[in-house]
Design a protein around this ligand. Structure first.
Ligand code: GLN
Length: 541
């Protein structure tokens, strides 16, 4: 029997609802339960795939090719469970399904309305594609009071009623701000937010109150009194120095005990030794390395969420603090790259789209190759490194990518067909932009004896993809003659997946996104190896 936990937020956004939901998932797992985490997003895009990373943050890709909200990355990092496309839905997707049904005549002449048709479609989504998990934790995006979240709140209100207390729990996350002039923590915003929720018929069962200092017992009692709760159900969620402290911190405040109490579940205390170990490693590293991340979405660090986490995991594995130096690649087009890159121990060029800033990334790859600084190119970062090598090692001066327009030496070109399982996927330059990239998990074969085969310790790997262009296989021989090695290929031998430079301390470009699969308790081997190489580099200088 699956129990449903609905997580809403109030007062302000960015309180860390996603991390709170993920941490609760981890705590329930540590008590021996099976969990699934889901995100319901109230915006009108069908998925975040077409949204700018600087507006909405990273697009998190699942094994089954879903382009989803970045909170699914937190869910995966905290629970280790691979997310699925069906774990994220938006208003846009719900409406497009409802309208498609209406066009087919499925509603048999009824007037199609938000209630019941849209709310039913939301409920169907919440209940679908579960496989006997003990808990489904559903996070509702946005904050209560937003016009666009109303259908979602109505749907979970109905579900709460239909499932009953034994199978449904409402958690509300709010802010208890410190007002310096009054010298007090204020509970009023929380009271208002709960009223807002009650006005749509939802009585929260547990309040998670974000605060920057402890909430006195008296204030907790006051919140409980006004919000119709027992004081124990008002959990203080203090700021922490690392997100991986959240499961431990919430547990210490009795969060998971309250959840189990609500459902009448008795279990042993959770074993949080693994989380404590991760936190210890984050807080007290023995070494330190600095990495330059040369990208163009550096104005919003959420656009590189999984990447920053994966680099930190590489640090955990190497007992090192990883200092990240975010550099906008366009800077190199005006100023000498050397000035910015001279001091760093490793250079990473992450995924990206479009021409702006591309030449700066090519310069970063060149600097890393020539100065023998560890280089990690991810997706676009691999493509730019190959273009750099084509121009400066193989003498193909006009080497470029057709992503930026027509090109006489398309070293990187549009992928027009590829195999997905036994099926051929076909694309052309006229295809829709949304949902049409090569998306999700694909296998890759590693050349025996290559550096990556050693790093992975295996001959065949599966990694997640999100790209439309590929390194052009027609240039493979010329590039190999000048020192590149195509050490990872798609199983049919057609798509280059990994290039490395054997005559360099660490120079690896991958067409996929390894950062999406790294976990704090299972750092990704490529990130472990890259940070290890940067550590070596730091000892040289
Ligand atoms: N823009 C490139 C492509 O579509 C790279 C994409 C990426 O870095 N994820 O192939």
């Amino acid at each position: 029997m699956t129990r449903f936990i609905f997580v809403t937020g109030g007062v302000v956004s960015s309180l860390g609802k996603g991390i709170s939901a993920a941490a609760l998932g981890a705590l329930l797992q540590a008590r021996g339960f099976r969990v699934r985490l889901r995100k319901l997003d109230p915006y009108l895009n069908v998925d975040p795939g077409t949204m700018s990373p600087t507006q909405h943050g990273e697009v998190y890709v699942t094994d089954d090719g879903g382009e989803t909200d970045l909170d699914l990355g937190h869910y995966e990092r905290f629970t280790g469970n691979p997310s699925r496309r069906s774990d994220n839905v938006t208003t846009g997707r719900i409406y497009s399904n409802v309208i498609a049904r209406e066009r087919r005549g499925d509603y048999l002449g009824a007037t199609v309305q938000v209630i019941p048709h849209v709310t039913d479609a939301i409920k169907e989504f919440i209940l679908a594609d579960l496989s006997g998990e003990d808990f489904a934790i559903c996070e509702i995006g946005g904050t209560v009071g937003d016009i666009e979240s109303l259908p979602f709140l109505e749907a979970i209100r109905q579900l709460g009623n239909e499932l009953g207390k034994e199978r449904a729990l409402f958690i509300h996350l709010t802010l208890v701000p410190w007002i310096p002039s009054a010298g007090e923590l204020k509970t009023k915003p929380t009271q208002h937010s709960v009223k807002e929720l009650q006005a749509v018929g939802i009585q929260p069962d547990i309040l998670l109150c974000r605060c920057d200092r402890p909430i006195a017992a008296e204030a907790r009692r006051k919140i409980a009194l006004f919000c119709n709760l027992r004081p124990e159900a008002v959990i203080q969620a203090l700021d922490v120095d690392t997100i991986y402290q959240v499961p431990v911190a919430y547990h210490e405040q009795g969060f998971d005990v309250e959840v189990c109490r609500h459902f009448g579940l008795k279990t042993n205390e959770p074993d949080l030794g693994g989380w404590r170990h991760v936190v210890e490693r984050v807080r007290h590293p023995e070494n330190s390395v600095s990495i330059a991340v040369v990208g163009k979405y550096t104005s919003l660090l959420d656009s590189y969420k999984s990447l920053a986490e994966a680099l930190a995991h590489g640090g955990i594995a190497n007992n090192a603090r990883v200092k990240l130096n975010w550099i906008d690649s366009e800077v190199f087009e005006r100023e000498d790259a050397v000035r910015h890159l001279e001091e760093v121990d490793g250079i990473l060029v992450p995924g990206g789209f479009g021409e702006r800033g591309a030449e700066g990334k090519v310069l970063a790859a060149r600097f890393a190759r020539e100065r023998k600084v560890p280089y990690f190119g991810i997706c676009f970062g691999m493509q730019m490194a190959v273009i750099e090598a084509a121009r400066n090692l193989a003498g193909i001066a006009k080497a470029g990518s057709t992503e930026f327009g027509s090109c006489s030496e398309p070293v990187v070109g549009l992928m027009t067909e590829w195999m997905r399982g036994n099926e051929i996927e076909r694309r052309s330059s006229n295809s829709d932009l949304g949902g049409t990239m090569r998306l999700g998990a694909y296998d890759c074969e590693l050349s025996p004896g290559s550096q990556v085969a050693g790093i992975y310790g295996s001959a065949r790997i599966s990694e997640r993809h999100r790209h439309r262009y590929e390194v052009n296989i027609n240039y493979k021989n010329r590039l190999e003659q000048v020192g590149l090695r195509f050490s990872g290929m798609s199983p049919d031998g057609v798509l280059p997946e990994i290039v490395e430079i054997p005559d360099h301390p660490w120079f690896i470009g991958v067409q996929f996104h390894p950062e999406l699969k790294s976990k704090p308790f299972a750092p990704h081997p490529l990130f472990t190896a890259f940070i290890g190489a940067a550590l070596e580099q730091s000892r040289l200088v």
